[in-house]
Design a binder for this molecule. Structure first.
Ligand SMILES: *Cc1c(COP(=O)(O)O)cnc(C)c1O
Length: 379
């Protein structure tokens, strides 16, 4: 079986070592970065930052985009402008990348971990509803924890590997409890629900342009907004909360140095030109994988759900159990085909063990059985 699978993967990616997801950089990217150097603006002010934001607006349909140093910083700011405060709870899925939980902790808030959906791999609406019904009471237009009386101040569903979560249902549930929603769309640039881009459906969405994401700025991230005022506040906080003035240094609150440098934004502008090609190529690769795995009935290759478009950032297969997962990882990696298990559940990590959580039954099953296989754009 493994020989056949490895052969199938090599048909897509060719000979030699195959990484999970290498950035695709070419002469256009080099030119872009050189342009930034030549114009003299390399830091947090410069023409490419604005240009990159405008291009992201155009591509995603967001009203306003604020580019920042990385996706984690974008999440941090998104939580702040959503009104999350110290000692409050923020709902998210137990199976996510660490950044989702860390950004919540930076505020002094505590993540509350809810189970995943077997179909989307992301936050399960039913589990969210059950969790709130069990643990929350409605008060003053918001949701409060029954025992600790702390507020559930936000909910952060994450579109895992570029597969959109069941966002409409999640947003309906959150609306009924008065909980603001932030989309962690760090992995889903190019993914859509209907014709709406992920990250633009909730009031705030977050992107990442880390080296392993679908496009990269070296390091970088962005917040997507519908509301101009919220965007303005995020931008203000990202630029040390300095009140614009020709020479005076007046800062009206504690801000952050989170603005994306122009050097990185220049790379982003160059990458944006090829984003449609990247998505197109990744979708074709996913079709090839789908075909390859269709011969193995006990192996499930994740495809996009009806009514959604996935960017197929990372391709994922579900194998029968943890033991076979380990065998897959051993066989593929030994053959020079990089493959990886999914993240450990957040509450398995020492700093998040104490957090409120449900049984995370589906998340545990997924954590035992999911594998990511090579997903980059072949060069
Ligand atoms: C990559 C990622 C982030 C954080 O992005 P950085 O740019 O690496 O800080 C946040 N959430 C998810 C789900 C991610 O995959």
């Amino acid at each position: 079986m493994f020989e056949k699978i490895i052969e199938g993967i090599r048909k897509i990616y060719g000979k030699g070592y195959i990484s999970l997801h290498a950035p695709v950089l070419n002469d256009e990217d080099r030119q872009g970065v050189l342009e930034a150097i030549d114009c003299g603006f390399v830091s947090s002010v410069g023409p490419h930052v604005t240009k990159f934001e405008e291009e992201l607006c155009r591509f995603t349909g967001a009203t306003k985009v604020v580019a920042v140093t990385n996706g984690t910083a974008a999440l941090h700011l998104a939580l702040i402008v959503s009104g999350v405060k110290r000692d409050e709870y923020v709902l998210t899925q137990g199976l996510t990348f660490i950044a989702t939980a860390n950004a919540i902790s930076y505020i002094g808030a505590t993540p509350a971990f809810v189970d995943s959906d077997e179909e989307t791999l992301g936050l399960c609406p039913k589990a969210l509803s059950n969790f709130l019904n069990k643990h929350a009471v409605r008060k003053d237009g918001g949701a409060y924890h029954k025992e600790s009386h702390k507020r559930f101040a936000a909910c952060v569903p994450m579109h895992v590997f570029g597969h959109p979560v069941k966002l409409e249902e999640i947003m309906d549930i959150c609306a009924s409890w008065g909980i603001p929603v932030i989309e962690d769309a760090a992995e889903s640039l190019g993914s859509k629900i209907g014709d709406r881009h992920t990250g633009t459906i909730a009031p705030i969405g977050v992107l990442s342009f880390n080296g392993n994401k679908i496009i990269t700025t070296g390091g970088g991230g962005a917040l997507l907004f519908k509301n101009e005022q919220l965007a303005q506040r995020a931008k203000h906080l990202s630029t040390t909360a300095k009140v614009p003035h020709k020479w005076e240094f007046f800062h009206d609150e504690v801000g952050f140095n989170y603005r994306l440098p122009n050097l990185n934004a220049a790379l982003g502008c160059a990458q944006m030109k090829r984003l449609p090609l990247f998505i197109d190529t990744k979708r074709k690769i996913a079709l090839q994988y789908q075909e390859l795995f269709s011969s193995y009935p006990d192996v499930k290759f994740f495809t996009e759900r009806k009514g959604t478009t996935a960017n197929y950032w990372l391709n994922a297969v579900l194998v029968p159990d943890r033991k076979s997962r380990d065998l897959w990882l051993e066989k593929l990696n030994a053959a020079g085909v990089m493959s990886r298990p999914v993240w450990d559940l957040m509450p398995e990590l020492p700093m998040y063990r104490h957090c409120p959580q449900d049984e995370l039954k589906v998340a545990r099953m997924l954590a035992d059985r999911l594998i990511n296989i090579p997903s980059g754009v072949p060069v």
